[in-house]
Design a binder for this molecule. Structure first.
Ligand code: MRU
Length: 358
């Protein structure tokens, strides 16, 4: 474990994060000491995953307020943080909660109030994921009997990393898996590698290893084949932004998994904290992050000697497109596992009414 103080040498409050760009090769904890540093952590993906990005932004705002806390400062900090990554709605959601709470306060109390609320958002994230875990466990138990007629365990396929690395703890798509493990349900997880950044291979596989959950890494193109051969009982993924109609924006490649699941009668569930639902947007208007093309043309990893390196897998002249997310239409989704229970896409209005009545 390496602890690194990042961005500047100033002493003062710091927010500790795991630098996910170093996993699975090194566990590096970095200390974010300023708003700019938090913004860099999000845009360079030291932290990633919708809920974690939201909480990091909340702490980033709090760190900024230590330097100045006028109305203009507050608006400027929020704009800087909002611009770090476009797709996950949790970022805007967390910043909006912070702004609504902080705007009416006198400037002198804003920084301490911001740290308190950021901590509350972090705690709430864990509570939400535990609830997703409880509802997801019941779901997995309902699928267990059929699976155990075929083999000795329930087989789950997941895409990207929607685990505790992507949240404050427990994860969203992994919360039911951890709850099922704790309940003694025999499980096996197929982990999509999730090119181009390999969040499955580098993060989910590492995380499941830490949790002693049986898992197998597969290339992104293998899921359809495994589903055709009855080797997957259920798909469970996270979401960066889900519309009120139940269209799911998540890591690129999720759509193809959902198509294969639909074609093979495999249930496809999305673990969706309500902070990931954008009630105001239509699927076609979701901003899809376009990332650098060298994430596609190059691969990062370590040599056998343990040195971090990058290699090019294409010829020098090859150009690449790199959309980071896609949208899976609601018709391909079996249900959403939320902190308030499991909802079919057409039941999302019920969930909305429930939220509005609180
Ligand atoms: O680009 P990333 O790694 O931030 O993308 C993450 C995902 O797509 C996750 O599946 C999603 O944020 C849900 S995390 C609980």
């Amino acid at each position: 474990l390496v602890v690194a103080r990042e961005c500047d040498d100033a002493r003062g409050p710091a927010v500790e994060i795991i630098d996910q760009t170093r996993l699975p090769h090194e566990l590096v904890v970095r200390e974010l000491v300023s708003l700019d540093c938090a913004a860099r952590a999000i845009s360079e993906m030291w932290v990633r995953g919708a809920p974690l990005v939201g909480v990091t932004a909340a702490y980033g705002l709090a760190l900024g307020l230590l330097q100045g806390a006028s109305d203009a400062d507050l608006a400027g900090y929020a704009a800087t943080l909002r611009a770090t990554r476009p797709t996950a709605v949790n970022l805007a959601w967390a910043l909006e909660r912070m702004l609504v709470h902080l705007r009416p306060l006198p400037a002198s109390t804003r920084a301490s109030a911001a740290f308190e609320l950021a901590a509350r958002l972090a705690d709430e994230d864990v509570e939400v994921n535990l609830a997703i875990g409880r509802y997801g466990l019941a779901l997995l138990q309902s699928l267990q009997e059929r699976a155990l007629r075929k083999r000795s365990h329930l087989a789950i396929l997941t895409h990207c990393n929607a685990g505790w690395l992507a949240t404050v703890d427990r994860g969203t798509a992994t919360a039911p898996i951890y709850a099922a493990r704790d309940a003694g349900l025999p499980l096996h997880v197929f982990v999509d590698e999730t090119r181009p950044r390999n969040q499955g291979a580098s993060l989910t596989a590492w995380e499941l290893q830490q949790e002693a959950i049986a898992h197998t890494l597969i290339v992104d193109n293998a899921g359809g084949h495994l589903m055709q051969h009855g080797e997957v009982d259920v798909c469970m993924v996270g979401t960066d932004r889900t519309t009120r109609e139940g269209d799911v924006c998540n890591k690129i490649g999720t759509y193809l998994k959902a198509l294969a699941a639909h074609d093979n009668g495999v249930p496809f569930y999305v673990a969706a904290p309500t902070s990931s639902i954008d009630w105001s947007i239509a699927a076609k208007d979701i901003p899809i992050e376009e990332r650098a093309s060298d994430e596609v043309t190059h691969l990062a990893g370590v040599t056998d000697a343990g040195e971090f390196t990058r290699v090019r897998v294409t010829g020098p002249g090859t150009t690449a497109r790199n959309p980071g997310f896609d949208v899976t239409p609601a018709r391909l989704i079996t249900g959403f596992i939320t902190e308030f229970g499991v909802f079919r896409p057409d039941e999302l209005p019920l969930l909305r009414r429930r939220l509005e009545a609180r």
